[in-house]
Design a protein around this ligand. Structure first.
Ligand code: IPE
Ligand code: IPE
Ligand code: MG
Length: 240
């Protein structure tokens, strides 16, 4: 029998299917986002109990601004609500020990939300149990462009030579600097695409998808995804 992989260190989740979940029930799309946020909380807790070290969630992409103002506003309101609650629930966070980071462009986000994000990040900075990345106004291409700009500025300032630019250096200029790459990317809702999520970091991630819509996603689904991951043959370009 083939050896199984150990637990993934870093799991990344594309929280998709909220709109379809609501539509199926004759509810406004917003209700799907609300339910999706509850599931986010449940899955965080479960993954932390399992001993997962890094958990990343795709909450709002740089492309999601294309949606109606009404839907975007509703998502921002939900985010506002959850951020405020995260602050109130600091005790729970202490117990769970999540170190929370927001990955994505702060520009373009409502100022009060940016302030709350900064506060939540600061207050959780000494937590060690699990890293939680919340990708908000996040786009993988945008992230790489920003990293390229940072490196170009260093070249222009004369502190970096173009030939010294390595994969490592570029990685260190991304939002995920210092974190391990995702081992497993989970996409519910039946779509088979990355939609601009952690495209650099997922170069060798194992991909798991399923028809379950995110608001219906349960700890048992996470177990299934991890089990599938553990039976994958990861080669990283090696011969078998
Ligand atoms: C994911 O659910 C949440 C966001 C992109 C903000 P969707 O809103 O994309 O749900 P579907 O894909 O329309 O069902
Ligand atoms: C990806 O879902 C973004 C998030 C889950 C936040 P989308 O619903 O935006 O992706 P597409 O449009 O189906 O590719
Ligand atoms: Mg979608």
């Amino acid at each position: 029998m083939r050896e199984t992989n150990s637990l993934p260190r870093h799991i990344a989740v594309i929280m998709d299917g909220n709109g379809r979940w609501a539509k199926k029930r004759g509810l406004p799309r917003t209700e799907g986002h609300k339910q999706g946020a509850e599931v986010f909380r449940r899955i965080c807790r479960y993954a932390s109990d399992l001993g997962i070290e890094y958990l990343s969630f795709y909450a709002f992409s740089t492309e999601n601004w294309k949606r109606s103002a009404q839907e975007v506003d509703a998502i921002m309101d939900l985010l506002r609500h959850y951020l405020a609650e995260m602050e109130e629930r600091e005790d729970e966070n202490k117990e769970g020990g999540y170190r929370i980071r927001f990955l994505g462009a702060r520009e373009g986000m409502p100022q009060d939300i940016v302030r709350l994000m900064d506060e939540v990040e600061e207050r959780s900075a000494d937590k060690t149990r699990m890293f939680v990345n919340l990708c908000v106004n996040y786009g993988g291409r945008d992230e790489i462009v920003r990293a390229a700009r940072t490196l170009a500025e260093r070249v222009q300032a004369g502190t970096l030579q173009p030939q010294d630019i390595t994969e490592r250096l570029l990685s260190d200029a991304l939002y995920t600097a210092g974190q391990p790459d995702p081992d497993l990317v989970i996409r519910p809702s039946g779509e088979f695409r990355l939609s601009n999520f952690l495209i650099w970091q997922s170069a060798y991630a194992e991909f798991w998808y399923d028809d379950v819509l995110w608001p219906d996603f349960t700890p048992a689904d996470l177990d299934r995804a991890i089990e599938a991951y553990q039976n994958r043959d990861r080669r990283f370009g090696n011969a078998k």
